[in-house]
Design a protein around this ligand. Structure first.
Ligand code: 13P
Length: 291
């Protein structure tokens, strides 16, 4: 039984100075691959799905699956709603048992973002759930649709936002973007350092796909605790399935099912090793169990 609050996973990462991967999932194979890697490496895990992905993976199906898988895992797993857009949808995920939610008000003015985020914090409190929110704007596109222009997070705004909203984790924009980067990512590590000096809560890096191991490690040294990875996992599955079909055009469906699980497992494992989250689960009792 290991469904835990994301807040507790991040507090431990903060104490021991490592990063925790938040891996986006869209179906059972992806959930299985991520949990297999976490259990084998004895790493905490954050399983997440973004609101824009729910048209492919309906919440009433994928949500209970994620929660059930977390409860059965032998490592601490937080189930997180990524880029929640409305209070109604966020409430639905909390009812299903998600232990963490993100409200993304980054397209609003600072005042409005603060106001709406506070409402989410009030709601999540009733469920004992963690809240992540965003200030500045992560560029690129979460679902391959229209690209959003990046807006670097201002240190002053980050400080004010974190203090006034009482959130548990803050997503920042320091040159990171969703989807694959058009060139090499240009992460503003000085800005990250400044924000980390001023903001007391764990920081979140979105747009993990395409960031080098060296940059990941530098970000973790400067206070990033949660790192979101989506596109790289989806791409790994596509490559694995394509390769199987090339070598065996009439591959058995269940061979492809296994390939998908393995592709996710490989990608999650790769990132956990870079983030330094392996073998961090010796004292499971220290985690607050939500069930
Ligand atoms: P990538 O798809 O670039 O890995 O970004 C994932 C993410 O930040 C989800 O919120």
């Amino acid at each position: 039984m290991a469904l835990v609050k994301m807040k507790d996973i991040l507090a431990k990462a903060e104490r021991d100075n490592y990063g925790v991967g938040a891996f986006s999932v869209a179906n059972m194979e992806m959930v299985m691959g991520a949990i297999k890697a976490a259990e084998e490496l004895q790493s905490p895990l954050i399983l997440q799905i973004a609101e824009v992905r729910l048209n492919h993976s309906p919440l009433h199906m994928i949500g209970p699956l994620m929660v059930a898988a977390a409860k059965e895992a032998n490592v601490p797993v937080a189930v997180h709603f990524d880029h929640g857009m409305t209070l109604e949808k966020i409430k639905q995920t909390l009812e299903i048992g998600f232990s963490s939610v993100m409200y993304d008000g980054s397209h609003h003015s600072l005042e409005e973002n603060i106001q709406k985020t506070k409402e989410v914090v009030e709601l999540a409190k009733q469920y004992g759930a963690t809240v992540e929110a965003e200030i500045g704007r992560v560029g690129g596109s979460e679902d391959g649709s229209e690209d959003i222009e990046m807006l670097l997070t201002s240190t002053e705004e980050a400080k004010r936002f974190a203090e006034e909203t009482n959130i548990d984790a803050l997503a920042i924009a320091i040159g990171n973007a969703h989807g694959m980067y058009k060139g090499d990512p240009n992460l503003r590590l000085n800005r990250l350092h400044e924000i980390n000096e001023q903001v007391d809560i764990p920081l979140v890096l979105h747009g993990g796909s395409g960031i080098s191991a060296e940059d990941f490690k530098a970000c973790i040294q400067k206070g990033i605790r949660k790192i979101n990875v989506a596109t790289a996992t989806f791409n790994n599955i596509v490559h694995a399935v394509n390769k199987s079909v090339e070598t065996a055009p009439y591959a058995d469906y269940f061979a492809l099912h296994q390939d998908s699980i393995h592709a996710v497992y490989e990608n999650v494992k790769h990132h956990m090793q870079i983030f330094g989250s392996c073998n961090r689960v010796q004292s499971k009792e220290k985690f607050f169990h939500t069930t």
